[in-house]
Write a protein that binds this ligand. Structure first.
Ligand code: TMP
Ligand code: ASP
Length: 260
């Protein structure tokens, strides 16, 4: 697929035109930002890992009938996606309380929610992506109430699926952020953007070790190693990412069987 001109550059991704007016190319950068662009870094290999992880998750979601923008991965850093007009809302789904929710409402970090909580944030860096109500989304025409109901239903289905998928690889899905958009070809609302350790909180089920972007936000170190660990457990890390060697795990020690 021939790459056309740059259409948009975000903090972690670039969108290029393609030969088809309804399709674009999404390029994953190694750039990382936090706290609305106040903290910045280049994390070598992150874009490659997020491209692979997001491809894996969005393909799996497509297989269970959740329509999304992914057409196919093109190379290490790029995927072909359907062009959508992004709804300017970040849909945050939470299973366990942490992050901004702890700060905002003083609920104890680690509190397990009885049912998933969905929050809506207006995508606007200058305003710090403020929390908004469904009424704001309707009033300002960002999405109608019926569109919101459809998106909410999708958020819950995606949460169910992802929780199970991660549970199978001994990871707790704490919370995550989704974006939806209107497909250019037919106006249908579909899942867009990415799902990766940049957009999810993922904790090892046994140790609560953070395997996501909080390692960068909180200066915990080993950011790429954590993303690699997620990719490895998902079964998609078979090659070296840039020149970063995959984490070595000790070989299982041979068990001696005593002769009777
Ligand atoms: P928060 O606790 O900081 O509000 O984050 C909730 C979830 O949303 C967490 O999994 C990280 C993700 N997230 C993004 O993907 N992009 C963002 O800009 C923010 C603030 C959070
Ligand atoms: N959207 C935030 C930023 O740009 C990133 C985050 O905390 O995930 O800085």
């Amino acid at each position: 697929m021939k790459k056309g001109k740059k259409l948009y550059e975000g903090k972690a991704k670039i969108i290029f035109a393609s030969a088809d007016k309804n399709l674009v190319i999404q390029h994953f950068k190694d750039d990382a930002t936090a706290f609305n662009n106040q903290k910045k870094a280049n994390i070598e290999g992150k874009g490659i890992l997020n491209n692979r992880i997001s491809e894996h998750i969005l393909s799996a979601l497509k297989d269970v009938g959740i329509e999304n923008h992914l057409v196919k991965r093109l190379n290490m850093r790029e995927q072909l996606i359907e062009l959508v007009e992004i709804i300017p809302i970040e849909f945050v789904v939470r299973n366990i309380v942490t992050g901004s929710l702890t700060k905002r409402l003083g609920i104890e970090d680690g509190t397990v929610l009885n049912k998933p909580l969905i929050e809506y944030c207006y995508k606007n860096d200058e305003l710090g992506d403020p929390l908004v109500a469904r009424e704001h989304i309707d009033a300002f025409g960002w999405a109608s109430i019926s569109e919101l109901n459809l998106i909410t239903e999708n958020c819950l289905r995606i949460n169910d699926f992802l929780q199970g998928m991660f549970k199978g690889i001994n990871i707790k899905l704490i919370d995550f952020k989704l974006e939806f958009g209107k497909r250019k070809s037919d106006g249908k609302i579909i899942l867009a953007d990415e799902i990766s350790p940049d957009t999810c909180r993922l904790w090892d089920s046994d140790t609560d070790k953070k395997l996501d972007k909080d390692r960068f936000r909180k200066d915990l170190g080993d950011v790429v190693e954590a993303y690699q660990e997620v990719a490895r457990r998902l079964g998609i890390l078979h090659e070296y990412v840039n020149n970063i060697r995959p984490i070595k795990f000790p070989k299982p020690t041979a068990v001696k069987i005593k002769k009777k």
